[in-house]
Design a protein around this ligand. Structure first.
Ligand SMILES: [Fe+2]
Ligand SMILES: [Fe+2]
Length: 243
């Protein structure tokens, strides 16, 4: 379903509750009564077109939506992605960690099983943190530098070297390892741990992992399908300035 600005904001949430953290990241808070998406965005000072593009990109997976996102500024997209990182680091991962600790506490696991879950989660956490740090310390600053130079139509020697050594496409494949680890973690809980005494606790952990997976895949899709092509075009245009 395509969400439009005439729809009620509440109906967008009813159509898929996983949009809740997405709309919060876009600076929209709950309590919007029966107002339309356009009205809520105007009142809360949010760019309605950007809002719709992000929401629809989350709900669908076609290229048309990525093209719509391409029309927004790199800065706007990066700022949204940074908020998504904070949401993972400050809210989701600590929450999953608490649930896993509860699961361990109430599952009477053998020492090996206990270590398997604990180590696997910690490894996943480490990898996700490292990935986010790489993006925030290197990739996003590089992206913003490229966009800035592109608009100024000037290319410094230092940036030219960076484009030649680490073009944006060199970072694209980074995501697959993180996705694979999360899949393995789910499988440990689904297939390999003994039947739980309290399945509710394990189901809650799994639900959180599935939700994180969907959110992360939307996030990675914006990085791979929107930022990478956009920056690749800008890199080429910048290099062409020197020819
Ligand atoms: Fe990211
Ligand atoms: Fe990423």
């Amino acid at each position: 379903m395509q969400i439009t600005k005439e729809m009620k904001m509440a109906d967008a949430i009813h159509s898929n509750y996983l949009l809740l953290p997405v709309i919060n990241r876009l600076e929209i808070q709950l309590g919007f009564q029966d107002k339309s998406i356009e009205k809520v965005c105007v009142e809360q000072n949010v760019d309605v077109e950007f809002f719709l593009t992000i929401i629809n990109a989350f709900l669908g997976s076609d290229n048309k939506l990525s093209k719509q996102l391409q029309s927004h500024s790199v800065k706007e997209v990066v700022s949204y992605l940074l908020k998504t990182h904070s949401y993972y680091l400050e809210r989701i991962i600590p929450e999953i960690e608490n649930r896993i600790n509860l699961l361990i506490q109430y599952s009477q696991l053998s020492k090996e099983e206990f270590l398997l879950v604990k180590n696997f989660f910690e490894e996943y956490e480490k990898e996700l943190y490292a990935h986010i740090a790489l993006e925030e310390e290197h990739v996003y600053p590089y992206i913003l530098e490229i966009a800035d130079s592109y608009h100024k139509k000037s290319l410094s020697q230092a940036l030219e070297n960076k484009i030649n050594i680490y073009p944006i496409t060199s970072y694209e494949k980074e995501h697959s390892d993180i996705e694979a680890k999360l899949f393995d973690l789910k499988n440990i809980l689904i297939k390999y741990l003994p039947a739980p005494k309290d399945s509710h606790i394990r189901n809650r952990v799994l639900t959180e992992l599935y939700t994180l997976e969907q959110d992360l895949s939307d996030h990675a899709r914006i990085e791979n399908m929107v930022l990478v092509p956009k920056i690749t075009e800008m890199e080429a245009a910048l290099l062409a300035l020197k020819k």
